[in-house]
Write a protein that binds this ligand. Structure first.
Ligand code: CP
Length: 357
């Protein structure tokens, strides 16, 4: 693999991504062949935010490959609680572990961690921004369940504004030919403009639809998501949005027999439990595909030999990112780094947020 870190799945070429999917399938079919592949390697899981699947599947993946694990799942039990900066934590852990998976509530944290880590960093979710290994999970699932990653009509339903899995999935699937996105949300929870811009600049297209029933007959894939309570400013605002879209057996009557239902999980109440027994429901097998995807990703990252390089810090821009959820808002030592976004607009290199010059 060319890239040292995986902050965004777009860091991988199509060839690299397809290679990882095929490797994941080979591990699934022949697990014994891989049980010593990472013998002597150490994975650190730094989870500043709760997780069941991502954290446990990373740990299980490394253990199944013969390696070992360290880390924390509650920053209050680490020196973060004493005020240690992200930079210092990463610098230290990068000296202990061969590879790091980090989850953090602030957007752009994985990109910031990658700047200071001697070891490869994997983004295990950064606020409402990106979740590339969930997308890897999703594409391994789609590859196996849909027979490929092209010419699919994919409905995404729920919290499209705050759902980082949605942003990551659209970014990746819009790089494959002939895909079309049906965006199903309330007006308050539509996808951010930068994601729409990504679709518009690809060969793919999108439509926005206010109702699940209206969208259902068009879909090859329905990607349900929960309303992300932890990203709302108030409980009242969350309650206004929760329960608007619920998938049940009745709504499924309008769907193709071949449609597949995915969900990154955890589910709250957006999919009725009775749907679990419909053969189109693939969200539990999806979690298993995810473990094999993470095994394959770590194998490729560790074998590529481009790790243990010194931190490379960039010069700072005089303007700071205006996204209050960006990691640069709280870790003030981070240099401000932007990409040009046309006109007077700059895109933050960490969180992809837009800042007016
Ligand atoms: N899909 C996902 O990220 O689940 P967890 O939050 O449980 O890791």
């Amino acid at each position: 693999m060319k890239t040292k870190h995986v902050v965004d799945l777009a860091d991988l070429s199509h060839e690299e991504l397809l290679d990882i999917i095929r490797l994941a399938n080979d591990i699934r079919l022949h697990p014994a062949d891989y049980s010593d592949t990472c013998r002597g390697k150490i994975l650190a899981t730094l989870f500043y935010e709760p997780s069941t699947r991502t954290q446990m599947s990373f740990k299980t993946a490394m253990l199944r490959l013969g390696g070992s694990i360290i880390g924390f799942d509650n920053p209050q039990n680490s020196s973060v609680s004493k005020g240690e900066s992200l930079k210092d934590t990463i610098t230290v852990v990068g000296g202990y572990a061969d590879i790091i998976a980090i989850r953090h509530p602030l957007e752009g944290t994985a990109a910031a961690a990658a700047m200071y880590s001697a070891s490869p960093v994997i983004n295990a979710g950064d606020g409402g921004h990106l979740h590339p290994t969930q997308t890897l999970t999703d594409v391994v699932t789609l590859y196996n369940e849909m027979g490929g990653l092209e010419n699919l009509t994919i409905g995404l339903c729920g919290d499209l504004k705050n759902g980082r899995t949605v942003h990551s999935l659209i970014k990746t699937m819009s790089t494959f030919k002939g895909n079309r996105f049906v965006l199903i949300s309330t007006p308050e929870l539509t996808v951010p403009q930068y994601i729409k811009d990504i679709i518009n600049s690809s060969d793919c297209g999108y439509v926005e639809v206010p109702s699940l029933s209206e969208a259902m007959p068009m879909l090859d894939v329905l990607y349900m998501t929960r309303i992300q309570r932890e990203r709302f400013a108030s409980e009242e605002e969350y309650r206004r949005q929760n329960g608007v879209f619920v998938l049940d057996k009745e709504k499924l009557r309008g769907a193709k027999k071949t449609m597949r239902i995915l969900h990154p999980l955890p589910r709250v109440d957006e999919i009725d439990v009775e749907v679990d027994y419909d053969e189109r429901a693939k969200y539990f097998i999806q979690t298993v595909y995810g473990m094999y995807g993470r095994m394959a990703l770590m194998i490729r990252m560790l074998e590529s030999g481009n790790r243990r390089t010194a931190a490379r810090v960039m010069p700072t821009h005089p303007i700071r990112c205006c996204n209050p959820k960006c990691i640069t808002a709280s870790e003030k030592y981070l240099p401000a780094v932007f990409r040009e976004a046309g006109g007077d607009m700059l895109l933050c290199r960490y969180c992809d947020g837009r800042t007016l010059v």
